[in-house]
Ligand binder design. Structure first.
Ligand SMILES: Cc1cc2nc3c(=O)[nH]c(=O)nc-3n(C[C@H](O)[C@H](O)[C@H](O)COP(=O)(O)O)c2cc1C
Length: 163
C-alpha cells in the first residue's frame, strides 16, 4: 500500500514551555515521512495554517486560573471560520491539555475542550479522546508517567489515522 505523505501542524499555547515540551515529544513519535510544523498559537495565525492545508492538526492548551485553554478554544473557532471562508477542510484533529491539579479533578475541562473540537465542522474526524498531561509544578517538569502516557496516546492516534 502506498501512503500519502501527510502534513501535520502542532500548535500550543505556552507560558512556561510545558506545552512546547509536550508538542516536541509528540512530534518525535511520528514517522519520518510526515511533514510536521510546530508553533505557538500566539505566533501562528489560523490563516497561516489554512493556507498550508494540513491533513492533521494537534492543538494544545493549559488550564490556568480554573479556565480550560481559553486562547486555544478561541484560536480553534477562528480556524474553523477561516477554513469555512476558504472552503477547505482538515481531515483529522486532536487536542492536549496540560495541568497541575490531579487528573480526576480536570475531567470537566477535558469534556468542554473536546466539545469545541467536535463542533468544528471543518475538522472532519475529531479524535474522540483528549490527551492530558500533568506537571509536578506549574513551571514543569511533567511527571514521568504522563510522558509515557503521551507517547502511547499519540501512537494510538497515528494508528487511528493510518488504519
Ligand atoms: C497563573 C496560573 C494558573 C494556573 N491555574 C491552574 C488551574 O486552575 N488548574 C490546573 O490544573 N493547573 C493550573 N495551572 C498550571 C498549568 O496548567 C501548568 O503549569 C501548565 O503546564 C502550564 O503550561 P505552559 O508551561 O505551557 O504554559 C496554572 C498555572 C499558572 C501559571
Amino acid at each position: 500500500m502506498v501512503f500519502k505523505k501527510l502534513k501535520l501542524w502542532i500548535l500550543y499555547d505556552t507560558k512556561f514551555g510545558n506545552g512546547k515540551t509536550l508538542a516536541d515529544l509528540l512530534k518525535n513519535e511520528f514517522p519520518e515521512e510526515w511533514e510536521i510544523k510546530l508553533g505557538d498559537l500566539k505566533d501562528v495565525s489560523p490563516n497561516t495554517v489554512v493556507c498550508d492545508a494540513p491533513d492533521v492538526i494537534i492543538l494544545g492548551g493549559a488550564i490556568r486560573m480554573f479556565m480550560g485553554a481559553p486562547a486555544s478554544k478561541k484560536w480553534l473557532k477562528q480556524l474553523n471560520n477561516e477554513l469555512d471562508l476558504a472552503n477547505k477542510k482538515i481531515q483529522y484533529g486532536t487536542l492536549f491539555l496540560t495541568h497541575v491539579l490531579a487528573t480526576s479533578k480536570i475531567q470537566g475541562y477535558n469534556k468542554r475542550f473536546l466539545r469545541k473540537l467536535k463542533k468544528s465542522k471543518r475538522i472532519v474526524k475529531p479524535y474522540p479522546q483528549i490527551l492530558t498531561a500533568r506537571v509536578k509544578e506549574v513551571e514543569g517538569p511533567f511527571l514521568e508517567i504522563e510522558l509515557e502516557k503521551a507517547r502511547k496516546y499519540i501512537r494510538e492516534f497515528i494508528k487511528w489515522i493510518e488504519s
